[in-house]
Design a protein around this ligand. Structure first.
Ligand code: ATP
Length: 258
């Protein structure tokens, strides 16, 4: 059974068809990069994977079970715009997700639970290279560092699926390439299944083990919203260098079609 099954998924907002007839499966440990024209529904698709939106038609199954309607801790998300709390230090920003899990009411843990949470958060802070800045506030961090922190926030809850929506769009080229390396390393280390929306075609080819190209196949000039986008190209990328060695190990050499 495939890890993630997208079965005849459609998404419409009122009369506007955004996505139509999405039909594909994803195996554990794949790194899918998503490209397509602006406004074609890539972020909408990520939001459905996150559970923030439901398909209008069709189903999404994760390990054979319908995806829950609520964002769960099995899915971590990183947006282009940072989602950091300005009044919390870097370490506290990462701890917060675990503290909320521990006590949604108080958003705080005490005693040994707090010590464990702090250790886990610090481990993640180290994994993203922010050890020296753990006690700084977000405003004291560069854009690249803030994005590292967002990634630590997303990964600290050990999600199985990492969703990245143009995560490097606001970064300068140097930071961008550092971040690509970081995300790729974390994907390998933690055995993640990743989906990343990007407008950078080179990045999509370089990072992905699979490239999904979204676009419309049908267009009615008199009714531009009558048809939605779908996956018009699904390219398995031959990446010897990209082997996910984590829990969700997939030897991509064995799954190459292209
Ligand atoms: N909550 C909503 N209600 C109504 N329309 C929406 C909603 N969310 C998105 N849309 C519309 O759905 C379409 C797809 O938006 P989406 O953000 O998914 O595209 P995208 O491919 O990610 O675009 P971009 O590459 O520019 O980020 C757009 O026309 C947008 O206006």
């Amino acid at each position: 059974m495939s890890y993630l099954q997208i079965r005849n998924v459609w998404k419409t907002y009122d009369d506007n068809v955004i996505l139509e007839k999405l039909n594909f499966t994803i195996e554990k440990g794949e790194f899918c990069t998503l490209i397509g024209p602006s406004g074609c529904g890539k972020s909408t698709f990520l939001r459905m994977l996150l559970g923030k939106e439901s398909p209008t038609r069709g189903t999404i199954l994760l390990e054979g079970e319908p995806l829950s309607n609520e964002p769960g801790s099995d899915r971590g998300v990183v947006f282009q715009k940072y989602t950091l709390f300005p009044h919390l230090r870097a370490l506290e920003n990462v701890m917060l997700g675990l503290e909320m899990e521990h006590s949604a009411f108080l958003g705080k843990a005490f005693g040994s639970a707090r010590r464990r949470i702090k250790e886990e958060a610090m481990e993640m802070i180290k994994a993203v290279g922010l050890e020296q800045s753990a006690h700084k506030y977000p405003s004291e961090l560069s854009g690249g560092m803030q994005q590292r922190l967002s990634i630590a926030q997303a990964l600290v809850k050990k999600p199985k699926i990492l969703l990245l929506d143009e995560p490097f769009g606001a970064l300068d080229p140097g930071s961008r390439s550092d971040m690509q390396e970081l995300v790729h390393g974390l994907w390998q280390t933690y055995g993640l299944t990743a989906f990343m929306v990007t407008h950078d075609v080179k990045e999509a080819f370089e990072l992905g083990t699979r490239l999904l190209v979204f676009d419309k196949v049908r267009n009615d000039p008199h009714s531009p919203n009558a048809y939605g986008a779908t996956v018009v190209n699904d390219i398995k990328l031959d990446k010897n260098k990209r082997k996910n060695k984590g829990e969700g190990h997939v030897d991509h050499d064995e799954t190459i079609i292209a």
